[in-house]
Design a protein around this ligand. Structure first.
Ligand code: GDP
Length: 427
C-alpha cells in the first residue's frame, strides 16, 4: 500500500518530522518531485539534520530510500548530504536512484542566477538552485537522464545539441561565458562515478514492492500553494507538489495510493518573494515575535536561512490545500508555538472587491483578497512536549476542533515540539 505525506500550504509545515515518524513504519520512502531547493529538518537519535534531496528514511537501516524519476537530481548536493550523514555517525543508508531521473546540470544553477539578475527587482525569489531551468529543459526535451551517463555517444551528441542552444542565450541575452561540451562531458563522467552504485530500475522495484505488500511512503516537498497548476502561480515551484503527481514522479499505480497525510502548521509561514500574495500575514512587532518563537529555532528557511513571512492560520487556503492534495488525514504541527498568545486569530474568509468568500481564488483575484478573521481564546501556557492529547488545555483542544471543522478533514496528529516523540495522537 502507498501513502503520501505532503504539505497543505507554502512548505515548511513540519513535514520532515512527521515523515520521519512514518518512515520508521515504511519499507520504502520515495522522493517524487523537486530537488535540493527545499529542506526538511529532522531531529532524530543521531542529532539534527537538514535533508534536501535524500528521502527521510535514511535514518532507518530497514528502509529503502528512492530518488524517483520526477526528481531534479543535483549530484553534488546528494554527495554532500550523504557525507553529512556519515559525519553525523548515521550508518550508510539503502539508496536507489532512478535511471530515469534527470540530472540537474551546473548550467541550470547558472541560468537560475542569471535570470534573477536580469529580472532585478522583479525576480520571483528563486532559491537559485537551478530548479526552474531544470524542469524547463526537461519538458522542452533538453534534459539528460541518469541512464545516459552509461551511453557515451548518445550523451555526447545530446550535450552538443544542448550547448548550441544554451550558448545563444548566454552570448546574446545574458552576456556570460559560454558552455564547453568537453568540460561538461568530463563533469558528467565524474558524476557517473559517484552515483553509479546506487542507480537502478526503480519502476520495477516499486511495482514489485507493492505487489509483495510492502508499505511505500511518497515524500512530498513544499506544499499545495507551490504547485505550478494549483498554487499561487507564478510564485510556485516548477514541479507538482500534489500527492497525485507521486503516481508519475515515483511511478506507482494510482489505485495503490490509499492514504494522503497532509501536514499543516498551527499558524502560517511562507518563504519566498514578498511580491507573493500572503493574505494571512502578520507584520510588525507581532509578526516578529511569532517568527522568533516559531518552529524549532525561529522561522528561517532550512535551505536558504531566509526569514519566513508569518501569519495566522489561513483556513481558506488550507481547506483548498488539503482538497487539491486529496487529504485523507491531517497532521497539525507547532501547536506549542502559540502558547504565548492571549487570543489567536484564524482567517476564515476572504473579502475580495467587497464580497466575502471562503473559496480559495485564482492568483489574479487572490492579489486583491483581504483577510476576515475569527478570534479564539489562547491557552497561555507551555504545552511543549505533551504526548497526551486529552491532557491539553481546553482552549488548545478547542482551537484544534475549530481548525478541523474549517478544513473538513480529520486532524489525527497534533505535534507539540520539534523532537520525534513530541506528538499527540488524536484518534
Ligand atoms: P518541512 O519542510 O515541512 O519539513 O518543514 P521544516 O522542517 O523546514 O520546518 C519546520 C520547522 O518546525 C523545523 O524547524 C522543525 O524542527 C520544526 N517543528 C516541526 N514540528 C514542530 C512542532 O510541533 N513544534 C515546534 N515548536 N517546532 C516544530
Amino acid at each position: 500500500m502507498v501513502k503520501a505525506i505532503v504539505g497543505a500550504n507554502w512548505g515548511d509545515e513540519g513535514k520532515g518530522k512527521i515523515t520521519d515518524l512514518l518512515a520508521e513504519q515504511s519499507d520504502v520512502v520515495v522522493r517524487f518531485q523537486g530537488g535540493a531547493n527545499a529542506g526538511h529538518t529532522i531531529i532524530c537519535d543521531y542529532g539534527k539534520f537538514s535533508l534536501h534531496l535524500l528521502p527521510s528514511g535514511v535514518f532507518y537501516p530497514h528502509t529503502m530510500n528512492i530518488i524517483g524519476n520526477g526528481v531534479a537530481l543535483n549530484v553534488e548536493s546528494l554527495m554532500r548530504e550523504l557525507r553529512s550523514l556519515e559525519d553525523g555517525g548515521v550508518p550508510m543508508p539503502k539508496l536507489m536512484i532512478s535511471e530515469r531521473a534527470q540530472i540537474l546540470m551546473p548550467y541550470h544553477v547558472l541560468f537560475d542566477a542569471y535570470e534573477e539578475e536580469r529580472l532585478g527587482g522583479k525576480a520571483f525569489g528563486s532559491t537559485k538552485s537551478g530548479i526552474a531551468p531544470f524542469y524547463s529543459d526537461k519538458y522542452a526535451k533538453n534534459g539528460i537522464q541518469v541512464a545516459d551517463l552509461a551511453a557515451p555517444e548518445r550523451l555526447h551528441s545530446r550535450l552538443e545539441y544542448i550547448c548550441q542552444l544554451k550558448n545563444v542565450m548566454l552570448e546574446h541575452l545574458y552576456h556570460k561565458p559560454l558552455l564547453d561540451v568537453e568540460l561538461l562531458y568530463d563533469q558528467l563522467m565524474s558524476y557517473r562515478d559517484s552515483i553509479w552504485p546506487y542507480v537502478g530500475d526503480t519502476v520495477t522495484y516499486l511495482h514489485n514492492a507493492i505487489r509483495d505488500g510492502k508499505t511505500v511512503l511518497l515524500e512530498g516537498q513544499l506544499g499545495s500553494m507551490k504547485d505550478p497548476d494549483l498554487g499561487i502561480y507564478p510564485f510556485t515551484t516548477s514541479s507538482h507538489t500534489v500527492a497525485g503527481f507521486g503516481c508519475v514522479g515515483a511511478c506507482v499505480p494510482p489505485h495503490t495510493l490509499q492514504d494522503v497525510l497532509c501536514v499543516t502548521k498551527a499558524y502560517s509561514s511562507s518563504v519566498g518573494s514578498h511580491a507573493e500574495p500572503f493574505v494571512c500575514e502578520l507584520t510588525g512587532e507581532a509578526g516578529e515575535e511569532l517568527r522568533r518563537r516559531g518552529g524549532d529555532a525561529g522561522e528561517y528557511g532550512a535551505t536558504t536561512g531566509r526569514p519566513r513571512r508569518v501569519g495566522w492560520f489561513d483556513a481558506v487556503a488550507t481547506r483548498y490545500g488539503c482538497a487539491v492534495q486529496g487529504a485523507t488525514q491531517v497532521a497539525l504541527t507547532c501547536l506549542d508555538v502559540l502558547g504565548y498568545l492571549d487570543e489567536i486569530k484564524v482567517v476564515t474568509a476572504y473579502e475580495i472587491d467587497g464580497e466575502l468568500t471562503d473559496v480559495f481564488p485564482v492568483p489574479a483575484r487572490l492579489e486583491r483578497a483581504k483577510p476576515v478573521f475569527t478570534t479564539l481564546p489562547g491557552w497561555k501556557c507551555d504545552i511543549r512536549g505533551c504526548t497526551d492529547y486529552s491532557a491539553l488545555p481546553a482552549e488548545a483542544k478547542g482551537y484544534v476542533d475549530f481548525l478541523e471543522a474549517q478544513i473538513g478533514v480529520p486532524i489525527t496528529m497534533v505535534s507539540t515540539g520539534p523532537k520525534r516523540h513530541e506528538i499527540t495522537r488524536r484518534r
